[in-house]
Design a protein around this ligand. Sequence first.
Ligand code: GLA
Length: 670
Amino acid sequence: MNPRLPSKLFYGGDYNPEQWPESVWLDDVRLMRETGVNIISLGIFSWSKLQPAEKRFDFGWLDRVMDLLGDHDISVCLATATASPPPWLSLRYPEVLPVTADGVVLQVGSRQQYSPSSRVYKKFASALVRRLAQRYRRHPALASWHINNEYACHLQECHGDDSTRAFRTWLRLRYKTLAALNQAWGTAFWSQGYGRWEEIFTPRRAPYHCNPTQCLDFKRFTNDAFLSLYRMEAAILRAATPHIPITTNFMGFFKPLDYRSWAREVDYIAWDSYPDPVDEVAARHAGAVGHDLMRSLKPDRPFVLMEQATSAVNWRPFNLPKRPGLMRLGSLQTVARGGDGVMFFQWRASQAGAEKFHSAFLQHIPPEQSRVFAEVKALGAELQQLTPVAGSLVRNRVAIAFDWHAWWAVELESKPGRIDYAAWAQRLHRWFYDRNIGVDFVHPGAALTGYDLILTPALYLLSAGDATNLTAFVARGGTLLATYFSGIVDENEHIVLGGYPALLRAALGLWVEEWAPYPDGQTNGVRFTRDRTKYTCDQWCDLLHLEGAEALATYTGDFFAGRPAITRHSHRKGTAYYLGTRLNAAGLDALLARVIKDANVQPLLSAPAGVEVTVRESVSERFLFLLNHTDGAARIPLGRWRGTNLLTRQPAARTITLAPLDVAVIRLDN
Ligand code: GLA
């Protein structure tokens, strides 16, 4: 069993004491205590300070910070400092620097300027990690390891010599023979047949479309290259401190990394969330859907929100502050959706550097003059009151099948139309979120027991095994909603022949002959057969043939008017719906209301619009979270629920009235 964090709610953030004179450190730690901070991420960007030259190390300052934090009972999530190599490294070994698809070498002066396949980088990074592990393995403040930082955030692929060599090695492992590679890549097309491994390159800039399987494999390879860096560090740390949990910070819907493959390697999920407060409604959903995706990666352990902003960020063209109350609400939303940690970038706002306009616990003014500080201090106290929630989990009956390989594949060039895979999944999630029906994200090949309803938005790439898994889910009595452009290609990005989506035909009771992808602005309509209601649709229209399914709605326009657009099919003990187009909000509402009825899924509570409701549960306890995201008071009848509000310490009334942006967390009576 991998080590766990202790069961409590973590509160804190990134601490970069190397940016400040030692004279402020004691003040920092005193204020951390005052704020209720109990954990700090330390040393994330400290490599050049820890190793100012190839053969010179300086751990003295870090010893002093570690001791200071430990003496004040503040735990440390100690970073391995490998995210930003020092300038001396690439001066001496320029091959460390990453190369773009155009052949441009990315230089020092920012961060993340290393190739994930660089042998020199690996050598120096692992040597540093070994020293850190040896030095701090028994330090009482050490609570967790924080490997690197936001892998691939800025540097998402590399085409340099080390990368090319590593790509070839990766391909040899995957395909064994060139014949197998040529077959998988379909190189009979356009005279691309490879006769020697040396002829193969990463997909550099080329005259026209890249071979899609080559591009897809390069994305897989790049994921694995970054993951192997993580593994390299984790192995060193694991050997030195088998009892200390290890993680790295994910970034939610981040396309370059298949976080499902990473989730197996981390001891707990940590992620960074920065929804733009310019649109508060979109932001609260962005937070929720990110938490749901990240939580689902390791559903049996609470996750930690490793970074968010106390107020404004610095990296958008316009960086709005979070108005009073929003930071608290977003933080409690994290806990509501399964988080046991609320952390921020960063403790003390920088005075210099590219992030000096990024908010922090401590802004550029004395704390007693700071609105943000007053809010983080109040939040720290509230989180302590929520301690009983720690360790409890979120359980849902609805899931969206979401797969990074399908994401990579469906967004490669030369497709019939343009599909924004994550946006389509998020749009479906939003319908459930707005109705307080909890949703997980699962791999289509996962064990789907426990779920009543599975959705597959544009699950373009689907293996035969995963298609069988989805079909078996329906056969056992589950409800499936598949949408357009699902189940079109196999793992090699080859069309599965015989009428799309060939492997789901039996479950869906239909096949697709053609599709009409629409440019932005072009629309069609659908009319439901039962009540003749009409709705607009756009982006995509599948032209279906029924073979057992019934048409729930037909198109109203284009040359295929009158033909089925939405269908329902009984397959063994279950039901499979098919949505051949992208419906507007009202149309989606009409369809999904019917789908959840079939699946026997209901909202947790009937609450006014803008009130978010979730439940966390442990073996013996249940906690009901109510979050009022609106600017008006919200009255929420609790129905059968009874309990005590952990934030007010009062018994919950039968109808709770929440002030604007307020939250109730009710420990339910058994
Ligand atoms: C990311 C990084 C941090 C910092 C913040 C700013 O999350 O991990 O180092 O740059 O963004 O928002």
